[in-house]
Structure formats: structure tokens, C-alpha cells
Design a protein around this ligand. Sequence first.
Ligand SMILES: [Mg+2]
Length: 271
Amino acid sequence: MMQVSEIQALLLDMDGTVYLGTQPIPGASDFIRFLQDSAFPFLFLTNNPAADATYYSEKLKTMGMETDPRHILTAGAATATYLMEETPWRAVFVLGTPCFEDELRRAGLTLDSDAPEAVVIAFDKTLTYEKLERACLLLRAGLPYIATNPDKVCPTEYGYIPDCGAIAALLESATGRVPRYIGKPEAAFARMALRKLGVAPEHTAMVGDRLYTDMEMAHCAGLASILVLSGESTQQDLDAASQRPDFIFNSVRELHQAMTSDKNIQERNPR
Ligand SMILES: [Mg+2]
């Protein structure tokens, strides 16, 4: 088992890990400053494709976390990269926000509802029946089908709202088709992040608050897994989990302490 002091790079979840909605998690800004000051390789990963890296870097800045867009990989950007690097499809029909549509265009894709080569779906607050109808017909015609992230709901200040996974469930019920997902917990998302950082999986850890996305991706991609209890997962979830994370901390503040401690770091999760 790797020790915390042996970790050489970090993939970090955002919501529930360094902030909750619009509130920073205590200690998170010090932790990010520490990573920046020590030139420690890190990358934030988010499944939310509704906004882009620039938006998230500005959001983190308002909470005292100095980052720039190259520190952030969204499932939307990863989907654009996947399409451009691993598929021949350049004309796509999209269910997504205007921001996601722009991201696909910037990557070199064409948005086309008449004769697309693939259907791409995402969290879409601009969803209309017309868009669903078109997606349905194209999926029934057999077009390749990609989705940014499998999350059924997205947490907001006012409650849980339908996310990409719920839209996929609607389309599955109408067409029988299931998309290829790109975001967490897909190992391909982690591999894309490692390539961006230029690091190897065996020296990298994933830090996050969700067992079935963040920790699951770490297991799938061969990364060390670090669960923080500052977000969604509770001690009860952990007790019921089939696979324990490698390390468990109350928050990134404790992880920061473990990473900077001179003392031999005790493994936090004996079993
Ligand atoms: Mg989270």
C-alpha cells in the first residue's frame, strides 16, 4: 500500500471536496496554495459539462483557490477530446448547454441536426421536446451515441435536478439505446487526466467525496483512492461499501496535514 507521502500527483473532485455549492471547504484554499507553491501536479475533474474550465477556475478563485483553466478537466472537454482523438465523427447532434456546444465547436466539431454522424448528450438546462424527439429518431436510426456523464442528478443550492444520466434514462426508455459515457467513473477519463498531467497511475491518487464515481474511477484506473467525508459520502455509506478507499480523511485539510507531516504517516484505513 502506497503511503500518502509517496503520492506524486493528485486528481481532485470539486463539489463536496474543495467546496460545497458556493462555500469553500475549510482548509481547501490553504491546501491548493500548498500544491501550487510546491509545484505538485494536480488536476480538478468534474462531471458537470454545463460550464467550461474558465468558468470553474474563476469560481475557484472567488473562494480563494488560485487556479487557471489548465488545472481543470470537465467531462465536456473530455468528450470533445474523445470525439476528436478517438473517433472519426466530426458532425454531431447535441443535447447540451450553449457553453458545451461552444466547447465542441472550439475543439473542431460541427453541430448538425440534419445529417450528423453521432449523438452527444450532456446535462442540458436548455432541453426541449424537439431536441429529445430528434435524438430519439437519430438513435433509432443507429447513430453512435455518447454521453458526457452518468450522473442521474446534479446537486444545487435548491435541491437535486435531472442530470445527463436521467436524460439518458429517458432516451433508453424510448429507444433501448445506452450511451458510451465519458466522465467519472470511466477509467478513460482518468487516463485522459494522467496524460494531461504527464504522470503515471501508480504514483497518482484520486481525491473525492463520492464512492460510486470518484473512488470507483480510482479503482478502475489503478489509482490510489482518497475519500473525503466533507461531501456526499457518510460513515454509513463507507460501512456498506464493497470496496474501501485506500485512505479516508474528514476533509482536504486533514489530507494536507498528512502530506506535510514529517512523522511517518499512518495508514488511515486498516482492515
Ligand atoms: Mg463531489
